[in-house]
Design a protein. Sequence first.
Length: 291
Amino acid sequence: MVAAAHLPAAPGVPASTRAPRRRRLVAALCLAVGLAGTHAGLAASAPASKPAPLIRDQRELTIDGVPELWRLEWTSPPQPSCEAGSPYWYTCPCAGFSFGERGQLDLVRLRAGREIERMPLAPLFASDDDAEGAEVVLRRVEPTHAETDGDLEDEQLADRVRARPSEPVLELADYDHDGRATEFLLQVESESCGKRIMVAIGVSRGEPELHVFHTEEHPEEPLYLRSDHWQTLRDEVSPVREVDWPCGDHASPIETELELSATRGGISVHERVYGCGDLDERQELMDESDR
């Protein structure tokens, strides 16, 4: 893959939003270890003195006839990130994170009011340089130029944004085509410029515990895709080819193309790399592999 070029990072945006996706295996391993420890203590009851959770979003669903409640919980009050009024929120590293918040965020499953599973999401934002200090960055509300959010001289923008209600995150869909809408997308990175990199999180028929979705060819590694490619997987059954990084994008000398398919709970992504001519047109196939 072509390394993405980025503007200087905005304060509050984790280093992972500027790191190549292929450097995330350490984060995935940390996540697996954390989940293993969580599963071992599922039967423990919450202490009576535990404070009320800081709920960012929640959604009711039914899995195999059993009602559940999924919640996103901050473990402490979140801090602003790419906030309105700053000189950073409209830059490339903040694409998809603008007017956001950051902190430690967990995905929690409940049945009959009782917690059955908890998945910390911060490891998905870890970088090689600062795995322990990783924080989730989550957009709270989408900027909209229709409300003059693009006016950088507007001193009232920050107050207006704070007054807006938070947008939903747990938008469940069936990305792996296993017949159940039990996964949602979470943006973990922003590539140059405005390319929002997402992972899918949830449960599937083959993996009934909370997990980050992956391909059939590489079950050990989370699948990182642009948001529009995830939508293709959701909407299409037959394999579909889409350009991931075109010739000439940020002076790229190669073009990458993805063949995307999802059937009966299995996701496959085949990547082809082509050379580029002097006029940024696609040339011969140079390499191909499965993600």
